[in-house]
Each structure stands twice: as C-alpha cells, then as structure tokens.
Ligand binder design. Sequence first.
Ligand code: ADE
Ligand code: ZN
Length: 319
Amino acid sequence: MTRHLKKVELHCHLEGAAPPSLTLAQARKYNIDIAAYLKDGAYVWHDFASFLQCYDKISEVYKTEEDYALLTETYLGELASVGTIYSELIVSPDHGKRIGLGADAYIAGVCEGIRRAEAANGIVARLIVTGERHFGPDSVVGAAEYAAKARNPLITGFNLAGEERMGRVADYARAFDIARDAGLGLTIHAGEVCGPFSVADALDVVRPSRIGHGVRAIEDEALVRRLAEQGTVLEVCPGSNIALKVFPDFAAHPLRRLKEAGVRVTISSDDPPFFHTSLEREYELAASAFGFTDSEIDELTRTGLEAAFVDEETRKVLL
Ligand code: ADE
Ligand code: ZN
C-alpha cells in the first residue's frame, strides 16, 4: 500500500485523464455518438495511432469552459484523495480550438478547475501547454505562441506530444525557441514510440530539463550516460508503456535500470483510464513490479518536486 506516501505527478494529459463515466455523460448531454470509442465503460483503441484517434475523438465531448472546469476539478480531486500534493497537467489549446471553444476559454475553464480543487483539497497544480505533432509544425508554433503570450501564472511549461513518428524534432525547433524565450520550462515526448535517436534529437535541439518517457534511451548505453551526466529528468509512465506495448511486461521495463544508471526518474500515469491505470497504481507498481522501497519511492517524488515547473517559493513549501 502506498496510500500513506506523498505523491507528485508531472506527466498527465488532461483529456487523457477523463473518467469514462464523465465522458459518457458529456456525450449524452451533447448527443454525440462515441460508441466506437467508448464501450462497456472503457476507451477503445488497439495501438498508438488508434489511441491518439480515440483521445482526439473523446476530447470533443468537453465543449464549454464549465466542462473543462469540471474535468480538471474531478481529476485533481481524485489525485488529492490518494495523497497527491502537486500535479502538472498537459493541456492542448488546439483541442479547445478544434471544438470551437477557443484557447482562452479552454484555459480559463481549466484554471477555474485548478482553483476549485486547491480550495477543496489543497492540491497545487500547474499547466504545461502542449503542441501535438500530428497537427503539424505550424499548429505547434501556434501553441507555443499562445503559451508565451498568455502570461498566465499557471502556465509554466511547454511540451510536444502526439504522433512521435511524424517529422523530426528539428521540425518543431522554432516552437521550443519561442517557449524558451518566454521563460517556460521545457519537456518533450521522446523515446516512447521511437528509439534512442528521438531522445538524442530532443537533447540536441530542445535542450529540455525533462523528457516525457525517454525510456527507449535504454537501448543506447552512451545515451543513458549522457542523460545521467546532464541530470535530465525522465517522466516515466510504466503503465502507459506496457499498455502501448513499448515493452512486453514490467520485468522488461527499464525504470529500475535507468535509476541505477544514475538517471533522474519520476513516475506518472500519462492517460490513466486509457491505460487502465492511475497515479496510485503507478506508485503501487513502483513497489510491487519494480521492488522500490518506500524511501526509494520518496526519492522519485522528491525528484518530481525538484524538476517541477513551479516558482521557487511554492517548491520550498511543497518539498
Ligand atoms: N498524447 C496523449 N498521450 C500521449 C502519449 N502517451 N504519447 C504521445 N502523445 C500523447
Ligand atoms: Zn504523454
């Protein structure tokens, strides 16, 4: 049991955390047919591409500022109930635009949800704006410009998610330049679906302090040494990696080997109901599947707080 342990999550996509029951209620409210994507209380997908499709489709049932406030408040409440003190939510203004809500109202709804959850449960949250690779480089630049200009104190980071096999990191360099110049923390999905080259590209082009996943770096010893030497923090999501068949099972998952090689690692749930997981389950797995002791798990949490995209004053209070 890890209920008693303080928890932190750095890598969770907001729409990816939508409980199927809430998504179903939303679909009914707006009379949207999502039967092909949500069946018997579970999201339907069979590989990485169909997972992304399902994600984009079910996002369409969250339509208003209040829908987003409710979704955010619901997920943060769930996190707080298992001892989570800090969460970074990956949000995509493009998803707000695609449903006709607009980026400002989308973010305003999410911020309202954060305020409600903090008032009710004390959980602190920040936002990482993401571009989606499969929406193309121009839309990713648009997301970076939005994050840079928003001057919203809750937006503290920039990310690149979506179809990792689409283009190379260099195609998205301008977006990261914009985000870096605006003082945002940088992280990027790499080494999840693609091999070590994508992690090396991310380090060379983006120079991020964190990498989303990064686990396939294990295929290249020199790259693992580089990550350890540079102190790059990996946002590792073991349940997601197994569900997406990045590794065949937990025994083959490199979380422990990366940590033992000196790489700074943290654990997160990515898109919990899609992958039949939760942050609590990821903490349980750290103990049961990876054999970490309570104090080693506390180290993962502490690394998360050290790497968090949050102001120093708040970090000190959380640490
Ligand atoms: N968007 C939501 N979840 C993702 C993942 N695991 N990888 C890339 N993009 C995503
Ligand atoms: Zn992710």
